[in-house]
Design a protein around this ligand. Structure first.
Ligand SMILES: [Zn+2]
Length: 132
């Protein structure tokens, strides 16, 4: 299991430094699709919809497990998950990790590596078209 300091070094500190603004709905949808493609190497086949309920995080849409996705561009900070892009990236890392390694626990070393890779991607110039 990764340690909290690894999460800080590879992920949390990068988000803190970047201070990205909250995504618009359009940015959140197109950015989530790009993140999924980066994480899995494939396009996301299902629908991607916005949710705004305070406590709903980015995840597969209820009742369509593994098919459609809901994205929350402004979920409030809760526990280890920050809001905005960081929440979207963290949740998509969970989703892709679950699909790729269904028998492995969440927050494993593999998931940390995946989330660190997605974090660098989301903060790269390539991703700027979704964030500015
Ligand atoms: Zn988590």
């Amino acid at each position: 299991m990764p340690t909290a300091s690894e999460y800080d070094r590879l992920i949390n500190n990068k988000w803190k430094d970047a201070q990205l603004p909250e995504p618009t709905e359009k940015q959140a949808i197109s950015g989530a699709k790009a993140l999924w493609r980066k994480a899995t190497g494939r396009a996301f086949k299902g629908k991607v919809e916005i949710v705004k309920r305070k406590n709903q995080y980015t995840w597969f849409k209820r009742g369509t497990y593994g098919q459609d996705m809901v994205v929350n561009p402004c979920r409030y900070s809760h526990g280890h998950i920050e809001q905005g892009w960081q929440e979207i990236v963290h949740s998509i890392a969970h989703m892709a990790h679950h699909e790729q390694r269904p028998s492995e626990r969440p927050h494993s070393d593999h998931q940390l590596n995946l989330e660190a890779m997605l974090t660098s991607y989301a903060l790269s110039d390539k991703f700027k078209k979704f964030t500015s």
